[in-house]
Ligand binder design. Structure first.
Ligand code: AKB
Length: 318
């Protein structure tokens, strides 16, 4: 049985990934790693062990890994793209200095490591339609710079030290559980909250701006399936393009309006978010993930919209 540490367990992906891993591997085998001020609460706290695991403190992480006999680390510590632009040094400290700490602990304690990359690792000069797995990566954001470095450093630790590093390039992740904080794709989550509350949504992204998105259950499944995949079949370890749906604001608006006909949206474009969005792919080619470890999303835009609206109505008592 695996013994897993999730770093960033109280964040957007971490809170759901920890619970999914506990379902699959047993509650006692998955440690929720948190930072001071973001302690686990409720079911996350009650259902299994948790430990202070701050990526900026390598010794602290090493102690947790030894105490719980950890063999797999899911490292989700990062600042999202918009927040990172305001705090570039901190984004590097968490994303890269922190990753270095984790990779060192993994090398010394023989752990496998999952550290996600993102569509943010691409830039304006990347081909935007069916973005290939191996292509130009010259991002203009600090978020992108840290994500490309994440991919390279993870490859380096695999090639030089044999650390079993694996990763995907996540699209914007949509979920009804924990809201995202400070990303460019957040609008595609926010729009659902406004729709269910019966409020008009002000969209910060221009009409016609396409970005890849994924529903949380597919994102979790991708991370876990990749970590379980036969390593001899993996050519691209860090990191696999992952696609399941690509849409522009008017398309998701139409999908919601079809189900909630009174819903209204207008545009007030945020220049920073728009600049970032335009530098990212319209849609990625994820055929390597499909071939090398059997990636297959379950949710398209319609299936996700139905589920999001149903779950959010319950959550918001509407
Ligand atoms: C962001 O918008 O910053 C993230 C991402 C696509 O990596 N959701």
């Amino acid at each position: 049985m695996k013994k897993i540490l999730v770093i960033g367990a109280t964040g957007q992906i971490g809170s759901e990934l920890t619970m999914e891993l506990r379902d699959r591997y047993g509650n006692g085998n998955v440690v929720a790693g948190y930072i001071q001020g973001a302690e686990p609460k409720g079911e996350l706290k009650e259902s299994g062990p948790s430990a202070l695991a701050d990526v900026t403190d390598g010794e602290g992480i090493a102690n947790v890994v030894k105490e719980y006999d950890i063999d797999t680390i899911y490292n989700l510590a990062a600042l999202l793209s918009v927040v990172a632009e305001g705090k570039p040094r901190l984004a590097w400290k968490i994303g890269i200095d922190g990753l270095w700490n984790i990779l060192e602990v993994a090398r010394e304690n023989h752990c496998a490591v999952f550290t996600p990359s993102s569509i943010g690792s691409f830039g304006l000069t990347t081909p935007h339609v069916m973005t290939p797995q191996d292509t130009i990566q010259r991002p203009s954001t600090i978020y992108g710079v840290t994500k490309v470095t994440t991919e390279l450093l993870s490859d380096y630790y695999y090639l030089k030290y044999g650390v079993d590093t694996r990763a995907v390039r996540f699209p914007g992740i949509i979920s009804y559980v924990t809201p995202p904080g400070g990303g460019t794709t957040d609008y595609a989550v926010d729009i659902f909250y406004y729709a269910v509350r019966g409020e008009k949504f002000i969209c910060p992204i221009k009409q016609g701006t396409l970005m890849d998105m994924i529903y949380m259950p597919d994102a979790l499944n991708a991370a876990i399936t990749l970590m379980e995949a036969d390593s001899t079949k993996l050519v691209h370890r860090n990191a696999f393009n992952l696609a399941s749906m690509s849409f522009a604001p008017e398309t998701i608006y139409a999908a919601i309006k079809k189900r909630l006909p009174d819903f209204q949206m207008e545009y007030q474009v945020d220049p920073l978010k728009q600049h970032i969005a335009e530098s990212w792919p319209d849609c990625m080619d994820d055929s390597c993930a499909r071939q090398e470890w059997g990636w297959m999303p379950k949710y398209d835009l319609d299936a996700m919209t139905d589920d999001m609206l149903e779950k959010l109505k319950l959550k918001l008592n509407r």
